[in-house]
Design a protein around this ligand. Structure first.
Ligand code: UD1
Length: 348
């Protein structure tokens, strides 16, 4: 069935892929983007997949109201992402991500648009899952600076301080945001959950794991590590791997993220429900750096032993719920996808 969809953040890295996938699936797309300087160094593209991009900030209620005319559902990708620079970024994160979402939800309710697919993030979990041999599943405390400075990167059992085994994080895990960005993504989820009950409406929240792929922006304080490593290699510099490089993540290809959005739109289940969007094949940051360096023929990674305040150690996803309920399974294995990404164009 053809759905008339408003895509927010349509000119961005993920939003662009989502827009093109929705068009390819036969949907009718209206594209909106604020062209935020954290995401775009210059002017954002005027069109995505031949659809003109309306330039508007979600905090502009009038512009949002106009963009919702004739729309059945919203696929909400617009957000300020990443670690940011410092706490001076805080108001803009909250403004873009939470006030923007609040304005969008209010205007959707007024316009009778009751369905949303929300771009959420695995950052809502904080640390991933862990098990202690003696105490079973546990949630470790944030790592102490003194431990990190001493090269003790693995979180320990909050009850007995023993070493832990990382486990798959599923959607029922406790949510514990550990950065400003993470707090704003969780607030988006909470606003959406309240909205679905009040409307009543439907929101499918897709918790993206570490997204990479062609068209990823070059490195900025708001970029993910894959773009940072690629940008370093493109400049002839070695990728700088923090900690000991053994921290684990799930790298999911942007075309799979786009496919998950198409599947979520089709699901249209009532109420609020969250899903991990992941490849199901976790890897270490050191292995990603090595694969990219080897494929580009660039300098070998430098494992610095340094660390970023607030970083989590391992986040490894269970993709089971998205497979069972949305029929979504990632098609691109990171071993292949990261090799291709080494040669893919970055966005300037
Ligand atoms: C990332 C994104 C987050 C997104 C989430 C899920 C950023 C900054 N983070 O969180 O927005 O929601 O994935 O898709 O965009 N690292 C290095 N060298 C570097 C930079 C980072 O070794 O130059 C390490 C970090 O210390 C960390 C790992 O790489 O251990 C991943 O970092 P990052 O890409 O920022 O991702 P997440 O924190 O996992």
């Amino acid at each position: 069935m053809v759905t008339r969809v408003l895509v927010t953040g349509a000119a961005g890295f993920i939003g662009g892929h989502v827009t093109r996938a929705l068009l390819a699936a036969g949907h009718d797309v209206t594209a909106l983007d604020a062209g935020h300087p954290a995401a775009h160094r210059g002017a954002p593209p005027a069109t995505v997949g031949d659809v003109p991009v309306r330039a508007a900030d979600l905090r502009d209620a009038g512009a949002v109201r106009d963009a919702l005319t004739g729309v059945d559902a919203v696929v909400h990708q617009a957000a300020m992402v990443g670690m940011g620079v410092d706490l001076d970024d805080l108001p803009e994160y909250v403004g873009c991500n939470d006030l923007g979402t609040a304005v969008l939800l209010a205007q959707m309710a007024r316009a009778g648009v009751r369905r949303m697919v929300l771009a959420s993030s695995m950052v809502v979990y904080g640390e991933g899952g862990y098990a202690c041999a003696a105490h079973g599943p546990v949630r470790p405390e944030p790592r102490r600076t003194a431990d990190l400075e001493a090269g003790r990167f693995e979180p320990t059992c909050p009850r007995c301080a023993a070493d832990l085994t990382p486990t798959l994080v599923d959607e029922e895990a406790r949510l514990e945001p550990r950065s400003v960005y993470a707090a704003t993504k969780l607030a988006q989820e909470h606003l959406c959950a309240v909205w679905t009950a009040a409307c009543p409406g439907s929101v499918v929240a897709l918790r993206y794991h570490n997204v990479y792929g062609p068209g990823m922006p070059r490195d900025t304080p708001y970029s993910g590590v894959a773009a940072i490593f690629r940008s370093a290699l493109a400049d002839g510099r070695a990728p700088r791997v923090f900690e000991d490089g053994r921290q684990r993540r799930d790298f999911v290809h942007v075309t799979d993220v786009a496919a998950a959005n198409v599947a979520a739109l089709a699901a249209g289940r009532p109420g609020f429900r969250a899903y991990n969007v992941a490849s199901g094949s976790p890897t270490t940051i050191g292995a990603v750096a090595t694969a990219l360096a080897r494929t580009t023929g660039g300098p070998a990674p430098e494992v610095t032993g340094g660390f970023r305040a607030g970083d989590v150690r391992h986040v490894v996803a269970s993709p089971a719920r998205a497979a069972a309920e949305l029929g979504f399974r990632a098609a691109v294995d990171p071993a292949t996808g990261l090799t291709d990404f080494a040669a893919a164009p970055l966005r300037p």
